[in-house]
Design a protein around this ligand. Structure first.
Ligand SMILES: [Zn+2]
Ligand SMILES: [Zn+2]
Length: 270
């Protein structure tokens, strides 16, 4: 009994260490790579597309990185817990593609994104309740000049509640490792782009439907400036349905290329 407990504890520690390394590498490679690309290598492209008037500071970026590393501790624990349960045959995770067919890989991937977006929207709204905001979500909004480093900057309670999503999903949805990893990678890249702080496309850029249905840096920058709008993660669906889409987030293509911060308006481009 005691031996089993020690074995489980050792396994948990082993998994935790492995996942902490993976999560940190993922963060520094994706957030760092995109930061380097947009803020250094193609700085000229970025200059006229900046979504924040204030300049980022080293101090605020250091704070965001510190919080992201702390969040990584929690996410690694969630991942280690999932693997322990998988080893014990308790989850619905599976590795053989034949089990539900190839088509189900794509379908389950989409289901995870839709469920995660829904979960994120509602917990995000709860985090913004005045009584909860300071100790659950303040860390994510501490930097006024959002950069890719902000993408995983969460206070401990928020990191834990975010991590719970994947802990629960592996018990309720049959999921192959491929769509699970694909969903985690999609989340990582999408979260970094949402915090890019730079508009990706010109407001006049067709196809305008991108900004109409999908969240991007322009959409999420309004959340960081106004707090009371744009709570979604991937899709604009819940914001539109529940009236939290900013009225100035205009979905019509525009010819001007004004910076939304200077004009206090938002375009439908992402
Ligand atoms: Zn928020
Ligand atoms: Zn954010």
């Amino acid at each position: 009994m005691l031996q089993n407990l020690l074995l489980t504890e050792n396994k948990l520690l082993y998994y935790w260490l492995a996942f902490f390394g993976i999560i940190l590498s993922r963060y520094f490679i994706i957030a760092g790579g995109i930061y380097l690309l947009f803020y250094s290598l193609i700085d000229k492209f970025s200059e006229t597309r900046k979504l924040y008037t204030k300049t980022r500071t080293r101090h605020s970026m250091r704070k965001d990185i510190k919080l992201s590393v702390i969040s990584g501790v929690v996410f690694a624990f969630c991942a280690a817990f999932i693997m322990l349960q998988y080893d014990g045959g308790k989850t619905l995770l599976y590795s053989s593609i034949d089990k539900y067919g190839l088509w189900y890989l794509g379908v389950s991937f989409l289901i995870v994104l839709i469920l995660q977006d829904t979960y994120f929207y509602f917990i995000h709204r709860v985090f913004h309740h005045p009584r909860l905001f300071k100790w659950m979500h303040y860390g994510h909004h501490a930097s006024k000049e959002v950069t890719p480093w902000t993408s995983f900057a969460f206070d401990l309670p928020e990191a834990f509640i975010q991590g719970i999503f994947f802990v629960v999903i592996v018990f309720v949805l049959p999921l192959n490792f491929i769509p699970l990893i694909a969903a985690l990678l999609t989340m990582s890249v999408w979260a970094v782009l949402n915090h890019l702080g730079i508009r990706l496309f010109n407001p006049s850029f067709p196809p305008n439907w991108l900004g109409k249905w999908f969240i991007g840096p322009t959409h999420h920058s309004l959340h960081h400036r106004k707090y009371k709008v744009h709570y979604g993660l991937y899709f604009t669906f819940w914001d539109k349905l529940l009236g939290t889409q900013d009225p100035s987030y205009n979905n019509e293509p525009r010819s001007s290329q004004q910076n939304i911060c200077r004009e206090e308006t938002a375009e439908g481009s992402i």
